[in-house]
Design a protein around this ligand. Structure first.
Ligand code: FAD
Length: 593
């Protein structure tokens, strides 16, 4: 354990809502649930009323933690990254990682108090008599990540490892692993992780060189894993090629690798180095050498990648949620700053150029919120047996991962700029938000890999865009309170985005347009969702204005040599920046312009 340095001790939050000597405040001390109008409206809409009633106090509690204690801990943990110890004092390769006490306290909140890893697998978390729906789980992740991003990797990968083991492992392996992994006792529980990437290939998984040999009735692994987040997890799910299996992805099998053997000895692999990373600094990512480590085969030996892709897809959804959460934090920070910082005698939120900058931060954040909740809802329906929802999930997951993670980067930079020079200084959260944002376009598939997945597989093979089309058209038909002309424009944009995606999927020469097609699908989906949400009785209608911003700026032709239309945008901005509920009749005229 590190000795906490004077700078490292967790300080008191600044006085709520007040800066000092001209310096604009940050969001410290705020309740991130209470101040999030979009989230509060939408969890009520997407959750069953009974679940919402039971879970709302926990959203509220987590909102307070995320704006308070968790935020303080996250700042300190980021400044005190984990440290690898390769050997003990007797020269044994008993490698272990030291974490700062701030990280340990966050683990206690995540794995002990909220039990994120177990909440969708068993009853008994947060007082629930059944597992939580996906909508609730991801809403909780969204609140948590507004304070701490790094630890969400171990949390999520434990959750997703449990999913794979429950679904594919033998009864014996389940009996061995699940009670430990589902435990809420942080001192004794087993956490999970996932190692795929090797030097030879991250995107190109078929290039994996780790081999599995069956020796005296047990599998032993030999090789090198190049990127291993949550490197000291108690059990890692990984891909390796059994000796004699074919080359490429077809020859890969899925294994569970325990850190300790049944007799308590350390398994035969070593963490040889921790990565010095741009972001996610609180969490340990390392390199691992497998030297005949004992592992358990999970599921069918010739379906390793197919099985692993279930974990990848769950992680992709969580990554989209994390990007959305970080964007929300950026919005909150930017707005609190813009409402208080004074320049040239006015608060900066009064300046048209700054308002435009704020909209560029707020709109992608709201899009991603709608996208992840709709995706999580599809997951809940798929889990209940709907084939239609499963197909929907097939396309929504990579769409969310691809676009939300990309949007997170300019949003984080934009929020820094709103804070001015202070945003560049490490004691404000903006610098960390920028560093953390970038990993989203790398892990669980780069932007290109996700865009290709959308176009070639989700559209080309699974035809999931047609399921999406039907779902979105139903929502538009249902949003009868919205002006017909606006709904018609959205219908037209949807039709064109679908044609584009189909063309790119069908014509290999158009592969370079995969990102364009994926972005178009994301933008049109999110704008229809926000329109439908705004049309629901009692909901804040400004979501329809966000939809219009997306329609005008992301789905319509722009002339770079014409000035931006200040007319409707200026009026719309008044509603967006007002801190009251907006009713549909107030903005209906704007939607038609
Ligand atoms: C902090 C961090 C933690 C990580 N943790 C883990 C972990 O726990 N487990 C794990 O398994 N992995 C982990 N990774 C690895 C990550 O998933 C890979 O880095 C990622 O998948 C990209 O693989 P690569 O680095 O080999 O890049 P490459 O696959 O070599 O890609 C290089 C570039 O080529 C592009 N490219 C590749 N193929 C194509 C194509 N067909 N068409 C167009 N462009 C293409 C990519 O988009 C990218 O821009 C982690 C990475 C980071 C940064």
């Amino acid at each position: 354990m590190h000795a906490p340095s004077p700078q490292g001790s967790v300080g008191k939050a600044p006085v709520e809502g007040r800066g000092a000597d001209h310096i604009a405040p940050d969001c410290a001390g705020q309740n991130f649930y209470a101040i999030d109008r979009g989230l509060r409206d939408l969890v009520r809409l997407y959750l069953e009323p009974d679940d919402f009633g039971r879970l709302e106090p926990h959203f509220d509690r987590l909102g307070i933690l995320a704006g308070g204690r968790l935020d303080e801990l996250a700042r300190v943990a980021d400044q005190h990254p984990p440290v690898l110890n390769a050997r003990d004092r007797f020269g044994r390769d008993e490698d272990w990682i030291d974490y700062h006490s701030s990280y340990r306290e966050m683990e206690q909140i995540a794995f002990g108090d909220f039990q994120f890893h177990a909440m969708s697998h068993r009853a008994g978390t947060l007082g629930m008599d059944r597992p939580l729906p996906a909508v609730a789980k991801y809403a909780m992740q969204y609140l948590f990540v507004q304070a701490e991003f790094g630890l969400m990797c171990p949390i999520s990968v434990t959750d997703t490892s449990i999913h794979l083991i429950r679904k594919f492992a033998s009864a014996e392996l389940k009996d061995y692993l699940l009670p430990k992994m589902l435990s809420g006792d942080v001192a004794t529980m087993w956490k999970g992780t996932q190692f795929m990437t090797e030097r030879a290939g991250g995107s190109d998984v078929g290039a994996i060189e780790t081999t599995a040999r069956c020796e005296e009735g047990e599998w032993r692994l030999y090789g090198d894993k190049w990127f291993c987040s949550h490197a000291d997890a108690d059990v890692a799910l990984l891909l390796a090629r059994p000796e004699g299996a074919p080359a490429g992805t077809r020859g890969l099998a899925l294994f569970a690798l325990p850190r300790r053997l049944k007799d308590g000895r350390r398994n035969a692999y070593r963490i040889v180095r921790l990565k010095d990373k741009l972001g996610t600094r609180s969490m340990a990512s390392g390199e691992i050498v497998l030297e005949g480590a004992v592992a358990y085969l999970v599921g069918d030996a010739d379906r390793g990648l197919k099985q692993m892709m279930e974990q990848v897809n769950l992680s992709r959804l969580s990554h989209g949620v994390r990007a959305s959460a970080m964007m929300r934090r950026c919005v909150n920070e930017a707005f609190v700053c813009a409402r208080t910082r004074v320049a040239f005698g006015k608060t900066i939120i009064e300046y048209p150029l700054l308002r435009r900058q704020l909209l560029k931060i707020a709109v992608p954040a709201e899009q991603s919120l709608s996208m992840f909740l709709f995706t999580a809802k599809a997951m809940d329906r798929a889990n209940a047996g709907s084939g239609e929802a499963e197909n929907l999930l097939r396309i929504l997951t990579p769409l969310l991962k691809f676009r939300a993670c990309r949007d997170n980067i300019p949003v984080a930079t934009g929020a820094m700029e709103v804070r001015g020079g202070n945003g560049y200084i490490e004691e404000w959260v903006n610098a960390r938000l920028i560093r953390d944002a970038h990993v989203g376009v790398l892990w669980e598939g780069t932007s290109n890999i996700n865009a290709l997945d959308i176009v070639t597989r989700a559209v080309g093979k699974s035809r999931a865009h047609r399921t999406l089309e039907a779902a979105l058209k139903r929502l538009l038909d249902n949003a009868t309170r919205m002006p017909a002309a606006f709904r018609n424009r959205l219908r037209l944009a949807l039709d064109r985005a679908l044609v584009l995606a189909e063309r790119v999927a069908a014509e290999p020469s158009l592969e370079q347009s995969a990102r364009q097609a994926a972005s178009a699908l994301y933008h049109v989906t999110s704008s229809i969702l926000m329109t439908w949400e705004a049309a629901q009785p009692g909901r804040d209608a400004r979501r329809a204005l966000y939809a219009k911003f997306v329609l005008e700026h992301r789905l319509s032709a722009q002339d770079p040599l014409e000035p931006h239309d200040g007319g409707w945008e200026r009026e719309a901005a008044e509603f967006v920046f007002s801190q009251r509920q907006v009713a549909l009749p107030e903005i209906a005229g704007l939607l038609e312009r």
